[in-house]
Design a protein around this ligand. Structure first.
Ligand code: ADP
Ligand code: MG
Length: 678
């Protein structure tokens, strides 16, 4: 009897194994079918021929035609990875790099991180086996530091070139240069828009390969009058489409995580009241810091009878293609970095999009059939107010980071670097000045030892300077933790709408003694560590577990880099002044002084700013503060704020601050002669 049963079980196992294989096979077949249907697939032979004959090829094709997922596979199949050489493909966004790598590993039937992998800041999912590597443009830029000729690559594909991110623009100059002395290297520049002529001209008249494929008709609707609240308008439009329009998924473009989460909550709430006659509305958020398990959800096919609404940042404009979208809602805004080279102030700001962006967004609804796009602004606004195209990032950002990278690569003459569109000379000079003030460059613009150490860290120069300076104040352990906490890109504190009072109380515990936001972050990290990284503790204290885990990962990596630059781990947990001085060594340009009206005025390039309400210092209003960043929303807000002693400024940055800058409060305290440049 027992034997029989065993036999049965064996039988069952064989059957289920077969079933499993069968299922895997059909899933694979389905994937291959989808591949074959892509416009790029039909061009395979022609494309490979072009690449064989030319060293540099510009590729232009509609979003979703298969450039990103197929081209590296074609080249891999055609033998470009023989001998372990890699094909590198850059993406401006981390989510795109991760998601595309996941897709391609599926299509190739391999485990992610083996033959196909990705590399983004603070996360390397590759191995010795990896031959197809997706990565952010910023990561490839950093690879130049360790492998200046990129000898391990046979092909480099600079993808989404039309985005013109800062890193992509710098890469253009660098890859163009190495292509000259590496004739074996193939260089592909791919773009979703028809600005290929410009790329071709820049890359010595490289041929342009056009992926055919036409969009279906898209009906565009405008609002009659400007919308006062575009988020509310987007919610109303979504619900209207859902209850009145035929099947088809909806894509809504929002500016960031916060907005997406707000809309998600409100939509969930309002659809609950719709009753059972209305189809289910599946809400899928997608933004840079969305955990990867949730990222996959947006690609799952919508079940019969339901409708999906994807709430996305700009990421869905060209980087990611979600099949099944028939309706696009475009409020007309995105979050953009802006930089004032005169004052050296950088900020993130919600800004109207360009016409080119609006057209791309609308196009997302017409990929597989006729679509509809609802613009939440007037036609007049579109025609007369929007810029034609987005200004390349290099012309509206702080350049300190790339200048440091280029200097580390031995590129000294930045004014003659081969920029596709040069940055404003003023911005370059500002960057050099800042790096000089931070001690990364000497007075003739050469990299110093400190600068070399700073360049090792994949963070902004002000933060890397704080890390390097922690050596002097014997508190590198503490500064590493703070740096990691500042780099998660996510909020640390959780503040659920229905438990705000509890959350605020819990948060207050880390601020006892008005220690400032930097030390509060350190307190959170250290307490979490003491609980042996307890998840329960995070829940009880309204701390985001995921952000903490990310901070721990980042900290581990920063710690390894610290070893590389031969800085010792030192701890000085009770001397808060030393820790704050180390932070000040990097952030001294971000100092501000209290005004009579409760606002602050930045010291060096006077501008009125306010402490962000989420800061532990918002009620304390110390006379002098140091801040991590400036964010423009309804006001100019400074975030992550700590109290500062003004005499630190002249002590730490004597060639940046003179006594007169901080005079009203310290002239009596500081004896003459001190605070002068050494
Ligand atoms: P392009 O780079 O030309 O815009 P892609 O190669 O990104 O095109 O996309 C080709 C196809 O692959 C699209 O139909 C898209 O839906 C699909 N695809 C891409 N990434 C994923 C993913 N992570 N999951 C599921 N499908 C994907
Ligand atoms: Mg692409």
């Amino acid at each position: 009897k027992r034997d029989d049963q065993f036999d049965d079980d064996d039988d069952m196992e064989i059957k289920s194994n077969q079933l499993f294989e069968l299922r895997a096979k059909t899933a694979m077949e389905k994937l291959q079918e989808e591949r074959r249907a892509l416009p790029m697939y039909k061009m395979r032979q022609e494309f490979l021929k072009d690449v064989k004959e030319h060293q540099i090829v510009i590729i232009v094709g509609q979003t979703g035609s298969g450039k990103t997922t197929q081209i590296p596979q074609f080249l891999h199949e055609a033998g470009y990875t023989k001998g372990g050489k890699k094909i590198g493909c850059t993406q401006p966004r981390r989510v795109a790099a991760m998601s595309v790598a996941a897709r391609v590993s599926q299509e190739m039937g391999v485990k992610l991180g083996h033959e196909v992998g990705y590399s983004i800041r603070f996360e390397d999912c590759t191995s010795e086996k990896t031959v197809v590597k997706y990565m952010t443009d910023g990561m490839l830029l950093r690879e130049f530091l360790v492998e200046p000729d990129l000898a391990s690559y046979s092909v480099l594909m600079v993808d989404e070139a039309h985005e013109r991110t800062l890193s992509t623009d710098i890469l253009f100059g660098l890859v163009k240069d190495i292509a000259r002395f590496r004739p074996d290297l193939k260089l592909l520049i791919s773009s979703a828009t028809l600005d290929a002529e410009k790329f071709s001209a820049y890359f010595d008249s490289a041929p342009i390969f056009i992926v055919p494929g036409k969009l279906h008709d898209v009906d565009v609707f405008y609002t009659k009058a400007p919308e006062a609240d575009y988020l509310d308008a987007a919610i109303v439009s979504t619900l209207q489409i859902h209850v009145t329009e035929p099947p088809g998924d909806i894509l809504v473009f929002l500016t960031g995580q916060e907005e997406i989460e707000t809309m998600n909550e409100i939509l969930k709430h309002r659809t609950r009241g719709l009753g059972t006659k209305i189809a289910e509305l599946i809400i899928c958020p997608i933004y840079a810091n969305l955990p990867s398990e949730l990222q996959a959800k947006i690609f799952e096919p919508t079940p019969e009878g339901a409708r999906k609404v994807v709430l996305a940042t700009n990421i869905a404009e060209t980087s990611l293609t979600i099949d099944g979208i028939k309706y696009v809602i475009d409020p007309g805004y995105c979050k953009m970095k802006s930089y004032n080279p005169r004052s050296g102030m950088e900020s993130l700001q919600v800004t109207p999009i360009s016409k080119a962006s609006a057209i791309q967004r609308a196009g997302r609804s017409g990929r597989t059939g006729p679509g509809k796009c609802y613009r939440l602004y007037t036609e007049d606004n579109f025609k007369n107010e929007l810029d034609d195209s987005t200004i390349p990032e290099i012309q509206r950002t702080n350049l300190a980071n790339v200048v440091l990278t280029l200097k580390s690569l031995g590129i000294n003459d930045l004014l003659h670097f081969d920029f596709m569109d040069p940055p404003p000379a003023e911005a370059l000079i500002k960057a050099l000045e800042l790096l000089f003030a931070l001690g990364a460059l000497n007075s003739v613009g050469e990299l110093t030892k400190i600068g070399r150490q700073m360049a090792e860290f994949p963070v902004d120069p002000m933060l890397s300077k704080a890390i390097v300076a922690s050596d002097k104040y014997k508190c590198s352990e503490e500064v590493l933790s703070i740096a990691a906490m500042l780099s998660t890109g996510n909020s640390i504190f959780h503040r659920p709408k229905d438990k705000q009072v509890y959350a605020d109380n819990a948060k207050q515990n880390f601020h006892i003694g008005n220690v400032g936001d930097h030390i509060a972050l350190l307190n959170v990290y250290n307490t979490w560590k003491e609980t042996n990284y307890s998840t329960q503790w995070c829940y009880e204290n309204y701390i985001q577990v995921r952000s903490m885990k990310r901070a721990r990962d980042i900290r581990d990596q920063l710690e390894r880099l610290l070893e590389r630059v031969e800085i010792e781990l030192t701890s000085n947990p009770v001397d808060l002044e030393a820790i704050k001085k180390a932070i000040t060594s990097g952030y001294f340009p971000h100092s501000a002084r209290l005004e009579k009206n409760g606002a602050y005025r930045t010291v060096k390039n006077p501008q009125t700013v306010h402490i962000h309400p989420s800061s532990g210092m918002a009620q304390v209003l110390p006379r002098w503060v140091l801040y991590h960043e400036l964010v423009l929303t309804t006001k100019e807000y400074i975030r992550q704020v700590s109290e500062l002693k003004p005499e630190w400024l002249v002590e730490i940055a004597p060639h940046y601050y003179q006594l007169k800058d901080v005079e009203d409060s310290v002239s009596k305290k500081i004896p003459r002669g001190e605070g002068r440049a050494p």
